[in-house]
Write a new protein. Structure first.
Lengths: 421, 298
């Protein structure tokens, strides 16, 4: 390939965030005045120590790679690995602290769909507004208007304010506008997590169409199967640096290995969790309900999530939800304590533990991962990806042996078949 | 970004032949790196995004009176009610003279440009923070936000202006030839509003104190502006020094242009124009300098 075919060149790209006071939104004038006065006084006593005290975080560090035109690249990594920061730099939302990136061609970014929408405006009006924010011209929007509406499947609600739209409709509309931007480089960050399966397929179709036209796609997702079906190349980021840069298979394999490794680290010591952290997840225990550690299809299973908080009163209004994901990182099921069932029990004695019982585990034999989220005080408190892994052995469900098959789920069922007589 | 870097040019799709499998690319190159030193205003880039500015203005105008009972009537009621209050207190009670002009015409002619200014800085100072979710996700020329919010007050201003003409007709005051100077004074109001809006909207990202300072500052500023009173009551050199408040020159000039009458001191007008220009230019540079950090700090 000649050098001109390189559309993204990242050279020692680094991004540093200052944590603590400066990272806090809406610092007040008083902070600055107080800081200015006190640092002025302190500078006399001990020079420049002030600066060293602030914790720094390298969201990206010395990231270098080149992407050629027509490449479809999956950017993989755990939370905090720097994926979103990388896309934010490429889409010019934020500047790198050092290093440089060279981009050739029009960039379209789908970083979080629908952020440019205004709820009071109608679907029609929002198409123009959002399109303009994304950098489309009015003439361009006029020409593609019908296509966008058809793709989003919202023609009946064109003149309804977007605040009355369902989440699915909003996402469809946003993706439709962005997909018709016709960028030479498309940056996609986890947009397909929302929306129904049919629309997801359509989005994926659109993305591969973009790729087939020789345009470049940079795609961030936690869905490894999707990554493998869409991308040819994979870049695995770990703690802000490039860990693996190769085929998508290589990147996915090392990612899954990394997630597995992280599962062996003490949960409270993990630095890649998100949330307020008034409460933290400390342990996950998974076992058969009868005390054995064996998990098998159709057998009882018990998930215990232990939490710890500085302030014990926090525990009162918490909810716990966890997602079981298959070996490829595709979500299989999400179970949440927030949606109450008639058989739920509130136990004052177990104030720091959430126990989830499954009578008959409907999973096919294989290896699964658990992502956990603790919510409370109207905030996400702790989100832990890959909190633990577990294996499911062969078993029976509804009296029927389950050995395997495609998919992840076993369903109890019965047949009526023509008798041989 | 910033100085010394090439800018992205949005390629119009119309110019691109769409043969299957090939994409004709106009290879504009953008170099993304830490910017340093004096920022460039990148007005060309802003001009290229004029349709975005237009859509943002249109959004703000459309949304402004949504979910209000009286809707756009507020654009009339706001100046009208203020004039009633001013006439009662400043004219009837405090006996402030309005020279040859009827007091309601006098104060309304000052209020119409003032309300544009005060609404613009109140709304625009919060505009960047209000658009935080878009700022952290999508790149577009950031100057478009305070610019659009400021300009979105123009329809209200036009309505207020028509109201002023009606009130003038009611009192038998006819505009003279001075009316041709009106665009210049509107420009002065706009420059002052934009300058303050740029400063405050950028400062508000870092210091949310701005949101508390603005309402108080607007009230004090109102008193420092010859709306309810006239500069003709002030002695030299104070009538010129008042021009340090750009709105003083703007309001006096605006009133003079619409209603005729005694011309304001030229020194004051020049001083106001100079201050407004400095505010607008320094505001734009300050905004551009701060802009690099918006997404990280907001």
């Amino acid at each position: 390939m000649s050098a001109t075919d390189i559309v993204i060149r990242s050279e020692a790209l680094s991004k540093q965030y200052v944590l603590g006071r400066h990272a806090k939104p809406g610092r007040t004038l008083r902070d600055t005045i107080v800081e200015g006065l006190s640092s002025g006084a302190r500078r006399v006593a001990r020079r420049s120590r002030d600066r060293d005290e602030r914790p720094l975080l390298w969201a990206l560090r010395d990231v270098s790679f080149e992407i050629e035109r027509g490449d479809v690249v999956g950017v993989i990594g755990r939370n905090g690995a720097g994926k979103s920061t990388l896309l934010k730099i490429f889409s010019r939302v934020t500047e790198p602290t050092s290093g440089r990136a060279t981009i050739r061609g029009r960039v379209g970014s789908l970083l979080e769909v629908g952020t440019g929408f205004h709820g009071e405006l109608t679907g029609r009006e929002n198409i123009y507004l959002y399109g303009a924010i994304l950098g489309m011209r009015r003439a361009e929007l006029n020409r593609r208007f019908d296509e966008i509406v058809a793709f989003a499947e919202i023609s009946r609600f064109l003149d309804t304010p977007v605040k009355r739209y369902s989440t699915g409709m909003t996402v469809r509309l946003a993706f439709a506008v962005a997909a018709h931007l016709e960028p030479e480089i498309l940056l996609v960050d986890e947009v397909l997590a929302v929306g129904d399966a049919g629309f997801q397929r359509k989005c994926i179709g659109k993305m591969s169409e973009v790729a087939d036209e020789g345009r470049t796609v940079l795609f961030v997702s936690h869905n490894m199967a999707l990554m493998q079906s869409l991308c040819r190349r994979g870049i695995l980021l770990e703690s802000g640096g490039v860990h693996t840069d190769g085929t998508i298979e290589e990147a996915v394999t090392s990612y899954l290995r990394a997630v597995e490794r992280a599962g062996t680290v003490e949960l409270a010591d993990r630095s890649d969790t998100r949330g307020q952290h008034d409460v933290r997840l400390t342990h996950v225990e998974i076992g058969g309900a009868d005390g054995t550690t064996l998990l098998a299809t159709g057998r009882p299973a018990r998930f215990v999530f232990r939490t710890r908080a500085e302030d014990p009163s926090v525990h009162r209004r918490l909810s716990c939800s966890f997602t079981i994901l298959n070996a490829l990182g595709q979500p299989v099921a999400t179970l949440t304590s927030n949606d109450r069932g008639p058989r739920d029990v509130e136990d004052a004695g177990s104030h720091d533990a959430f126990v989830c019982d499954i009578d008959e585990l409907p999973l096919l034999p294989g290896r699964y991962r658990v992502d956990v989220e603790i919510h409370g005080r109207s905030h996400l408190q702790d989100a832990v990806e890959g909190a633990t892994m577990f294996d499911v052995e062969q078993g029976t469900l509804g009296g029927r042996p389950v050995a395997g098959g495609s998919g992840d789920v076993a369903v109890a069922h019965r047949w009526v078949v023509p008798s041989l007589d | 970004m910033g100085n010394g870097t090439t800018m992205a040019t949005q390629t119009p799709v119309t110019e691109r032949p769409r043969a299957a499998g090939t994409v004709a690319l106009a290879h504009q190159e953008v170099v993304l790196e830490r910017s340093s030193g004096w920022p460039s205003l990148r007005l060309r880039e802003l001009w290229r995004a004029h349709e975005l500015v237009y859509f943002l203005i249109w959004r703000d105008v459309k949304v402004r009176y949504k979910q209000t009972v009286l809707g756009v009537a507020w654009a009339v009621l706001q100046p009208l009610l203020t004039v009633v209050v001013f006439t009662l207190f400043f004219h009837r009670v405090a006996r402030i003279s309005s020279g040859s002009l009827p007091y309601p015409v006098f104060s309304l002619a000052g209020l119409v440009p003032w309300l544009f200014f005060s609404n613009a800085i109140s709304l625009a100072s919060a505009s960047v923070v209000a658009n935080a979710n878009v700022l952290t996700k999508i790149y577009f020329p950031r100057l478009a936000i305070p610019l659009a919010t400021t300009l979105a007050g123009a329809p209200d201003f036009a309505i207020g202006f028509v109201l002023l003409l009606i009130v003038m007709a009611g009192y038998g005051v006819a505009p003279g030839l001075t009316v041709f100077a009106l665009p210049a004074f509107f420009l002065l109001v706009l420059a002052a509003a934009l300058g303050v809006a740029l400063w405050l909207s950028a400062l508000n990202v870092l210091y949310r104190d701005v949101r508390y300072i603005v309402p108080i500052a607007v009230q004090l500023w109102l008193l420092a502006t010859p709306i309810a009173y006239s500069v003709s009551g002030l002695h030299s050199p104070w009538n010129v020094i008042l021009g340090l408040n750009p709105m003083a020159g703007a309001v006096e000039g605006f009133r003079w242009a619409v209603t005729g009458g005694a011309a304001p001191p030229a020194g004051m007008l020049a001083l106001s124009a100079g201050v407004a220009a400095i505010l607008a230019i320094s505001g734009a540079y300050y905004f551009r300098a701060m802009e690099r950090r918006f997404a990280d700090v907001i």
